[in-house]
Ligand binder design. Structure first.
Ligand SMILES: [Fe+2]
Ligand SMILES: [Fe+2]
Length: 275
């Protein structure tokens, strides 16, 4: 019995009896890493989940308890490389984020969407927008993902690509039968049949529809793959040429070029930093 429990326990988990009851009861044991050989001075390291991730959930009540744990002399907050994540190169490029940071499902969704756009012979700007449209969901934050994603990539892509990524957030809720876009079936499952997006989304979509780049963003929603195919095999290599022509990789690496969005890329490199 003990053996099977031992076998199931993730290596990153500290023994439950070492933690205060409040943290054990809240199921937060996985936020604390045991002293690993590769950890700083073999000390325990605590990951405090970001406010945006726990707000409105029971876990928000335990941030104080997690922080109190860090006062123990054998414990520090997670800062720098988390050994649970693959190490990023010193000067990371877009491909590194796809392969080493973005969620598997997220990266696959982006590449599947871009692949459909390639198959339809669409413009490279559209392919690029498809490849990046949900990058925020896959690596940073889901709420307002079109806006976060557009900002993240704006310094490196054509203005039209960033615009299309931002506006897909609103446009995906509104059918445009003239180009064959209907309300996604998946959204009926996700949000219920009676979901009506907030007023600002209605306004954003109406304004986007009048814009000269409307069709670029609309094509992102048309090529958006709502049925996630977990078995689809798509390799980033298929898009290397398009990325090479349409994404200006900074020579210092994404996260270190001093751009107004460098901190967003650094947040994906070290997502568990306390500060
Ligand atoms: Fe999206
Ligand atoms: Fe999408």
């Amino acid at each position: 019995m003990t053996d099977s429990i031992e076998a199931q326990r993730p290596s990153s988990q500290v023994l439950p009896h070492e933690l205060p009851a409040a943290l054990r009861d809240a199921g937060l044991v996985n936020w604390i890493r045991e002293p690993l050989d590769d950890a700083v001075d073999r000390r325990r390291r605590i990951i405090v989940p970001p406010a945006a991730a726990v707000m409105g959930t029971p876990a928000s009540a335990y941030q104080g308890a997690l922080m109190a744990e860090a006062r123990h002399p054998d414990t520090v907050f997670m800062m720098g490389d988390n050994p649970a994540l693959p190490t990023m190169p010193e000067r990371p490029v877009l491909k590194d984020f796809f392969q080493l940071r973005l969620s598997k499902m997220g990266a696959s969704h982006l590449m599947q969407s871009a692949k459909v756009a390639v198959g339809r012979g669409l413009d490279e700007k559209v392919i690029m927008a498809c490849l990046l449209h949900d990058i925020a969901i896959a690596g940073l934050l889901s709420a307002n993902h079109g806006y976060w994603g557009a900002q993240m990539v704006a310094p490196y892509v054509d203005e039209e690509v960033a615009w299309a990524i931002e506006k897909h957030e609103a446009l995906r809720y509104f059918p445009d039968e003239s180009v064959g876009y209907t309300y996604p079936e998946a959204y009926i499952d996700y949000f219920g049949p009676d979901y009506d997006p907030p007023e600002y989304i209605h306004r954003e979509a109406a304004a986007a529809r009048q814009h000269r780049w409307y069709m670029t963003s609309r094509l992102v929603t048309i090529n958006d793959i709502y049925s996630f195919d977990r078995d689809a095999v798509v390799d980033f290599g298929e898009f290397e040429d398009v990325v090479g022509r349409n994404f200006r990789q900074p020579k210092e690496g994404l996260g270190f070029d001093g751009s107004p969005v460098a901190h967003m890329w650094r947040t994906m490199i070290w997502p568990n930093n306390f500060l």
